[in-house]
Design a protein around this ligand. Structure first.
Ligand code: SF4
Length: 272
């Protein structure tokens, strides 16, 4: 299944149209500010970084409102809220907006790049002037702390109860992803996760925009495996643990719930 990801796939509609001739499933990761051909058969994962003001501050433009206007009535669309330290408190507000507009919402965890640094200890000098670091300081940054993970876990459980038709999220995934230990085992020499499905699946192949490809690259550039909680990689990690969930019915049900959620996120009309 192809994943069409950033910069911004909506800027190359001719490539998406060509892809649609060859695949009837796939996912486009977009900021939602440009319309997409309603005939494309792919799911749309629309990025979101908080309520309107925070989202605009972190991304440099008012993308949320525009994305809602473009895709509120599009059954392919799921808004993916990247939770970070600066927008945790806005999860409820955004869920309410999505419920009112009848759009589906799921969550991703902000996963710092190697440059960004988890503790903030490296956020100095020129690092602060680059990329996402430009809004950060030692005391005011995006990286999640252990206590944030607990808050996220509890808030998502609350939202699943309150907005069952809006929130697409797995309860078992919620437990696992918010465990401070993380899911990946790191190679002590390289710091790269040696049990990451994205890196190790034989069928995974990453094509760049010039159509050169690599089967060894992580498709989430520069992310630090030590703190990687990206939803694509971590859902895939649990999906790949099928054989570890066969000892009893409870464990299997947990795995199945993740699988079902993954299908709702990635396969169009799954509920039908
Ligand atoms: S998806 Fe995450 S864990 Fe896997 S290689 Fe990339 S950064 Fe590391």
């Amino acid at each position: 299944m192809p994943h069409f990801a950033g910069a911004e796939p909506a800027k190359v509609p001719e490539r998406l149209a060509l892809a649609a001739k060859h695949w009837d499933r796939g996912i486009i990761y977009t900021n939602g500010t440009l319309p997409l051909d309603p005939n494309l058969p792919f799911m749309l994962h629309i990025s979101l970084w908080g309520a309107e003001k925070t989202d605009a501050q972190l991304r440099g433009k008012h993308a949320f409102k525009k994305a809602l206007d473009n895709f509120a009535n599009d059954e392919r669309a799921i808004f993916i809220y990247t939770i970070n330290r600066q927008n945790i408190s806005e999860m409820r507000e955004v869920a309410e907006v999505c419920a009112q507009r009848r759009v589906q919402l799921s969550f991703n965890h902000y996963s710092p790049t190697r440059w960004y640094g988890f503790s903030g200890a490296d956020l100095q000098g020129d690092v602060l002037s680059r990329g996402k670091g430009r809004f950060s300081s030692h005391d005011d940054q995006l990286a999640l702390r252990e206590e944030d993970l607990q808050t996220i876990r509890d808030t998502i459980l609350e939202l699943l109860e309150k907005y069952p038709a809006t929130i697409i999220y797995s309860r078992y995934y919620n437990e696992r992803i918010n465990n401070p230990q993380g899911m990946f085992r790191l190679d002590p020499e390289t710091g790269i996760a040696n049990n990451c499905v994205i890196l190790n699946a034989p069928h995974h192949r990453e094509y760049r925009t010039d159509l050169t490809w690599d089967d060894a690259d992580c498709c989430i550039p520069n992310t630090d495996c030590a703190t990687c909680r990206h939803y694509v990689a971590n859902y895939s990690k649990i999906m790949g643990e099928f054989h570890h969930h066969l000892d009893n019915a409870d464990d299997f049900e947990k795995w199945l719930e993740v699988y079902e959620t993954w299908c709702r996120l990635n396969i169009r009309n799954w509920n039908d």
